[in-house]
Design a protein around this ligand. Sequence first.
Ligand code: NAD
Ligand code: ZN
Ligand code: ZN
Length: 362
Amino acid sequence: MVHSVRGVIARSNGAPVEMETVLVPDPGPGEALVAIQACGVCHTDLHYREGAINDDFPFLLGHEAAGVVEAVGSGVEEVAPGDFVIINWRAVCGQCRSCARGRSQYCFATHNAQQPMTLVDGTELSPALGIGAFVEKTLVAAGQATKVSPEASAAAAGLLGCGVMAGLGAAMNTGGVGRGDSVAVFGCGGVGDAAIEGARLAGASTIIAVDIDDRKLEWARQFGATHTVNSRETDPVEAIKELTGGHGVDVAIEAIGLPETYRQCFEARDLAGTVVLVGVPNPTATIELPFIEVFGRGGALKSSWYGDCLPSRDFPMLIDLYLQGRLNLDGFVSETIALDEVEEAFHKMERGEVLRSVVVMD
Ligand SMILES: NC(=O)c1ccc[n+]([C@@H]2O[C@H](COP(=O)([O-])OP(=O)(O)OC[C@H]3O[C@@H](n4cnc5c(N)ncnc54)[C@H](O)[C@@H]3O)[C@@H](O)[C@H]2O)c1
Ligand SMILES: [Zn+2]
Ligand SMILES: [Zn+2]
């Protein structure tokens, strides 16, 4: 059976998104059909619509989602109809050289659903991040659906599917932030604020938020920043050194994707400290660093993909912390909107008015 549902697509480079009828097949072997309950609007969706990711238009946008499994294909054991799930970008293979070493969070051969979702005329859609979730039902690889407690709000839970997980994991997994550490986070959008939240959860005692927008810095405080620096007015490297006894921070996290702020992270870090790049750079950007400092400061320069998360390990644990009131996921939900309000949400995002607008299905 083919399911005919409403979805939000980006048809061509820069054009406003459109509501369209999307045809979704029943799940084949290893696949799951998920009825979407909520899906956050992420900067990456806007990057797709602007042709900044690739040219495989039309895209079915949306990828920060939670919902309920409606049907599964043959051989699926991970989830069953009725399960409340968070959707992730990457179903791990369990067999590649990274999985074979017990490091599935870096799986080098992740996969998505095999069957395409299409428009009524048969045009195949490219689902954003292998998901496509601004749609009433979507088709994913079963490993992209992780069962979590149904007590969680779908709007909050879905955010773990991308940006919030990326930020939390940049601090907790990639950066290895621990009790008593000092941390600086550059860029306080949804990803940066999640890194602040992750640093707080991991026990950091000093958390310095850096942004060029005072409103963002105020929100950063609500997630646990102990200090804020507006880098339009103040040199952030100097300010961070001043706040850390002249030394710099143990972990500096870049959540923007600019060479300039990466360099500030590099300079604002203590000896033997760690820099974590979670912001996605423009494909043409380059960076120059004093090579002797790369050597002389020791420590680590790391990049964080999806917060180095393993959904099956991290999502249920983080949802438990959320339900216990220890992880503030609700704070990322600036507003809930209808499926036909995604274009407007992009504009609010561009104006810096929201951390996340979240589509909630009627
Ligand atoms: N690595 C991953 O797995 C992953 C996952 C999701 C998103 N991302 C990336 O993370 C980045 C942040 O995403 P977001 O949703 O939080 O975006 P966002 O646009 O909401 O936030 C960016 C923040 O950076 C601030 N900023 C911009 N220029 C600055 C400067 N020069 N100095 C200081 N602050 C500055 C902005 O005011 C804003 O608050 C993006 O590049 C996104 O693509 C990465
Ligand atoms: Zn693998
Ligand atoms: Zn995203």
